[in-house]
Structures are given as structure tokens and as C-alpha cells.
Ligand binder design. Sequence first.
Ligand code: NDP
Length: 276
Amino acid sequence: MTETNVPTVELNNGTRIPQLGFGVFRVDPARTAEIAGDAIDVGYRHIDTAAGYRNEKGVGEAVRSSGVAREDLWITTKLANGDQEHPDDAFQASLDALDLDYVDLYLIHWPMHEKGIYADVWKSLIAIAESGRARSIGVSNFQIEHLERVIAETGVTPAVNQVELHVEFQQRELRAFHAEHGIATEAWYPLGGGSLSDAPVLKQIADAHGKTVAQVVLRWHVQTGNIAIPKSNHRERMAENFDIFSFELTWDDMQAIASLDRGEDGRRGTHPLQMR
Ligand code: NDP
């Protein structure tokens, strides 16, 4: 990877993922090439898309027109829920839409607990990784029971679990399980998914460092060890969210933010067991 000031997290297969990436959920497919292109221009080297976002094509266009070497970029995409019965075809369709030879990370988007075939789907992802077309494989929205099952049935531990995680929903138990098993934690809704927490302590911490609340929250993710993938349609905010490597939260700041966790009450998105 080229030198940017973004730290990396080593995955269980030895590859290194940039700890700060750019998410494109709800980015208009017609504007994705431009918006992901702006993100790369600002300095992001990691883009998170999904077949379900319908904007993989724009991400691929942004990669090709960026002038940044492919090996210096990290591209993640995900298997759509409706494609769990045919992961190989779906994966190839994603590569075709991206118009890339490989992705850096391929994730099962949701376990689809009731369907109950996620362990077989995981076996297909293992084969895809062995083919060299995905450098790393992982899961998203998996709970401990889902992780335990795929590990028990295949002996292959997902490199990453991408889950809802923000200051009001800190996923302590899941993170402890990840740490025990060498699974990297990736945070979706890193900024809370649209409305930042209005906890006064965040504003106080931000003021003390001369930073914004969004920057404090993203810095908290980095210091916690999470991979974070904030989204913005606005270049100024992309730059704001990227400018988090020149300051450090104190131990007291980290403790104060830890106390904002509301456990399950803090969840804002869909519960994994409720995704149908
Ligand atoms: P985020 O937590 O990244 O929040 C994005 C929202 O915050 C947008 O409304 C954006 O507005 C706003 N915002 C961005 N920067 C700032 C800032 N500096 N100050 C104030 N507001 C700001 O939520 P997302 O839903 O986008 O999640 C991030 C990524 O996670 C997604 O893009 C996707 O890649 C992934 N994801 C994965 C899921 C999964 O199931 N695996 C589920 C959901 C998300 P604006 O664009 O107008 O700037």
C-alpha cells in the first residue's frame, strides 16, 4: 500500500486492512463514481460497497480513474441476502460489476438466521478465497452463535465481522469474542448512521482537542481497535472524517466515551435475527 497516515489492522491471514475506510451505503449509483472518486482523492484507500447497494459499478469506475494503483486500494463487497443459494455466481457478478480481477474482502452480508444455510455459504466463500479472487473473506452482522457455528463446521475463522457499532452501541461481548478468536471488528454506522450522539461530553472532548464530534467519535473507533467506514456525500466531511490522525484521546476521554454505551437500547439498525 502507498504511504498514507492511516493505520492498518492485520487480519488472520496476514493481510493488512486500512483502519479507516469509506462506506457507500445509500450513495446514489449514478453519483458513486464521483463520490468514491472524491474519497480516494481526499486520501481514503479503502472503499466498502455491497451487491445490495447497487453501486459496485461506480466504485470500480472510481478505482480505475483514480490514478492510484489497484494494489494500493482495499475494496470490500458483500454477498446479497437473496443470493445465498448461489454465492459463486453472485461473487462473479460483483467482480463483473466492479470490473476488477479480485476484491480485497468478501463478506456474507447477513447470516439470514431463519434460512440457516450460512455455514454452507461460508464454505463457498472459502473456495472463492482459495481461487484467489478474494484476498480475504469474512462476515457481517454475525452474532456469537453464528460465528461459533461457521468456525466449528469449517475450521476457518472469518477474518472480519462487520457489525453495527457506535458510541451508544459498543458491542462489548461480541468484541471480546472477536478478540479471543482473532476476528477483526469492523464498525458500520460508525457515526451513528445519520445523527451523531448529542451527548454533551462528546462536545466537551471535541472542544478540548479543537476537533469536531465526528472526529472524536472516529478517533475513538481507531483507538478502540475497530475498523471504521464512515460515509458522506460531501467532500468537506470526507476530509473532516479523514483528519483524525494528528490527535489522541486521553485515557479519561476514552473512559467517558465508554460510559455512553447503552447496550441493546443503543441499537439503531436492524437486529441480525430480524433480517428476513
Ligand atoms: P454513518 O455512521 O457513516 O453515517 C453517515 C451519515 O452521517 C450520513 O447521513 C452523513 O451525511 C453523515 N455524516 C458523515 N460525516 C459527517 C460529519 N463529519 N458530521 C456530521 N454528519 C456526518 O452511517 P452509514 O449508514 O453510512 O454507515 C457507514 C457504512 O457502513 C455504509 O456506507 C456501509 O458501507 C456500511 N454499512 C454496512 C451495513 C451492513 O449491514 N454490513 C449496514 C449499514 C452500513 P452526508 O452524507 O450528508 O454527509
